[in-house]
Design a protein around this ligand. Structure first.
Ligand code: PMP
Length: 356
């Protein structure tokens, strides 16, 4: 009988709830408004001749490298950060290797790492504080990959720059992936350290602030020497031609992204102030979402929001996230709608608690 690789028996499928997502989508940390109109314009101008051609990644890769102030050898465009994670795992992990992740975190690190047969060591965050000490304590001569989302998903918490660099120095035989998918909403980056560290990689995405999750475009940046190996296993056509055609327009419209990010930051302050006023515990976030603990009322909250046409994401089964729901922050108008729904929900709960 045909059998898949034995490693796959241990791999948990990452199956996000994508169906039936109608309403205000505050469940996947997407841009709630959509991409820049300049991108749409470019998309509409595509010709059948352009679609008939195999896509050429390098010219756009060079433009992205320049935008990041890196050399083209240090930069690779990927099919979203998801592919960057896969490529790094395939480049550095195998059966006798170890990967370290800090949980709770983005689910694809574990999926991609365990698929290689490597052992995945999960270090629990301390009250959602980044467990730098715990990670260091797990480093062994077999450690080949440490994947860290900064800001982290689903908590929105960040690690200090010094902590991340200390880990990169301590585990110098491991690839250190700093996943900066939410960089735009935070503003601090380790990308400038790449040329000074032989094992440091940074990933960025166009799926969040740029509103292009459907196009699937991400960036993996790393030491030129190492990127040569990563490139060997990638398909030369990993990023589709539509995405490659549109990326320069996305990069050119700085004002669009800046305005969106500012709206999200204001919304984050407003939402956090509101949650505090309503007595709903949350973790202060540096990303475009906030993780809120509802405890046993979690399911009730999720369905109350759904009734109001607002989708939020259940994170109850993430390690340490019992009773938690993650809420994406979008435009000002979307935050208004969210806050109105939260107030209504809180009022109804208070009403329901009054004895008859
Ligand atoms: N990294 C993190 C931390 C994420 O939260 C996500 C999306 N949920 C991704 C990567 C995936 O990004 P992309 O759409 O670029 O594959």
């Amino acid at each position: 009988m045909l059998k898949p690789c034995a490693n796959l028996e241990r791999v948990k499928q990452y199956h996000p709830p994508l169906s039936g997502r109608s309403g205000l989508r505050l469940d996947f940390n997407e841009n709630t408004e959509g991409c820049s109109p300049r991108v749409l314009e470019r998309l509409r101008s595509l010709t059948s001749e352009e679609l008939a051609r195999y896509p050429e990644r390098e010219p756009v890769e060079r433009a992205v490298a320049q935008w990041l102030a890196l050399s083209p050898e240090e930069v690779m465009l990927t099919n979203g950060v998801d592919e960057a994670i896969h490529l790094l795992c395939e480049t550095y992990l195998q059966t006798d290797a170890e990967a370290i992740i800090a949980v709770p975190t983005f689910g694809m690190y574990e999926v991609a790492a365990s698929a290689t047969g490597a052992t995945v060591k999960a270090v629990a965050a301390e009250g959602f504080r980044f467990p730098a000490g715990g990670i260091m304590a797990q480093v062994t001569p077999r450690t080949r990959l440490i994947a860290i989302a900064n800001p982290n998903n689903p908590t929105g918490a960040v690690a200090a720059r010094e902590e991340l660099l200390a880990i990169a120095d301590a585990a110098n035989e491991a690839a250190i992936l700093i996943d900066e998918a939410y960089f735009d909403f935070y503003g601090e980056s380790l990308i400038g350290e790449i040329s000074r560290r032989a094992n440091l990689f940074v990933a960025r995405t166009f799926s969040k602030a740029y509103g292009l999750a459907g196009l699937r475009a991400g960036v993996l940046a790393g030491p030129a020497r190492q990127m040569q190996f990563v490139r060997r296993i990638a398909s030369p056509y990993n990023v589709n031609g539509v995405a490659l055609a549109c990326l320069p327009s996305a990069l050119a419209d700085r004002e669009y992204v800046t305005a969106y990010v500012e709206a999200v930051r204001r919304g984050r302050d407003r939402l956090q102030a509101e949650l505090a006023a309503l007595g709903m515990p949350f973790w202060p976030s540096h990303a475009n979402f906030v993780l809120v603990r509802f405890g046993p009322a979690r399911e009730n909250f999720i369905s109350a929001m759904r009734q109001r046409g607002i989708l939020v994401r259940d994170r109850n089964s993430d390690p340490g996230c019992g009773g938690c729901v993650r809420i994406t922050i979008g435009t000002e108008a979307h935050t208004d709608r969210l806050i109105a729904a939260l107030r209504e929900y809180a009022q109804q709960r208070r009403g329901a608690e009054v004895p008859a």
